[in-house]
Design a protein around this ligand. Sequence first.
Ligand SMILES: Cc1cc2nc3c(=O)[nH]c(=O)nc-3n(C[C@H](O)[C@H](O)[C@H](O)COP(=O)(O)O)c2cc1C
Length: 314
Amino acid sequence: MSSAIEIGSPIDDPRGFRRALGHFATGVTIVTAQCDGQLAGMTANSFSSVSLDPPLILWSIGKSSQSLSLFEKADCFAINVLASDQMELASRFARSGVDKFVGVQWHPGVGGAPCLPGASATFECTKHAVIDAGDHFVWLGKVERYSRAQREPLLFSHGRFGLAVDYPVLGGEAENGAVQAGSGTDHTTMLGLLWDAFTCLSHGFEPEREALGLSVSQGRVLSLIERYPGARLETIARKGYVSPQGAEEAVRSLIAAGYATPGPDGCWGVTAKGRDNVALRRQRAAAFEASRLKAFSAAELEATCKVLKALGAG
Ligand SMILES: Cc1cc2nc3c(=O)[nH]c(=O)nc-3n(C[C@H](O)[C@H](O)[C@H](O)COP(=O)(O)O)c2cc1C
């Protein structure tokens, strides 16, 4: 039996198609160019390596992008692969109609294309080919220079930003080579134990989350609208680790389903149905946690919290 939760044709349901595409986790880049002293930059996760010899990479740009004409004029561009602490930069360069470079540090790379300090890797390219592809153009670049830093990457999937966590092979491998994490391995390291506990709790709560009928992004956005009345979309996106487009889509679907309502000044309010959902989700999360912790004494829980708080404080 198929475990698909959605099946459809991209033509009939473009939003469903986008949701399915969102299952492919990617890194996040800011692609930049400079021409006649003007700068262009946009957040893009369509980046991919293509060829080692010659060294080619690609990314695609939407035909409605305001940056398109500058990318067309420029002979060079730079791909800045973002690091885990650059989510705000990713959100800023995902917006149209603003001067994205105000207050942003950069230095000119090949052809003057802005290279952003703090990126995890940079590929400075000359334009190799441009391919017309539906509502996008695919840009192929020949890499003239690369650089990389010892920095963790920023990730993106399901419209949300994320961080890379190594799959912990800390407990060793089973005889057949399968990784044993999450399967009751007798991990001897704190990291392995934390990983097992986190994945078990998170997976355990999934059915409860699904029963309440909202996706993770929708749930986060609804809670934030409720907690920060009058907050703007950028604030909701930042606090929920959701892309601006993801937050916008979540708000739209929450309004359509009667959980949220448009308010004054382009902000939103939560309806009674929305407030009930938030309260129920908090209640269920608290009950779920309490049920998993009931076997432990108050002293054990206090000691565990103390250790976790100290570790989390760095
Ligand atoms: C994580 C993420 C990845 C994105 N990837 C792409 C992409 O690969 N191609 C694209 O055209 N737009 C992409 N976008 C949307 C653009 O960043 C956004 O439309 C663009 O910056 C708008 O600015 P502009 O109109 O000034 O060009 C992405 C947005 C986000 C948040």
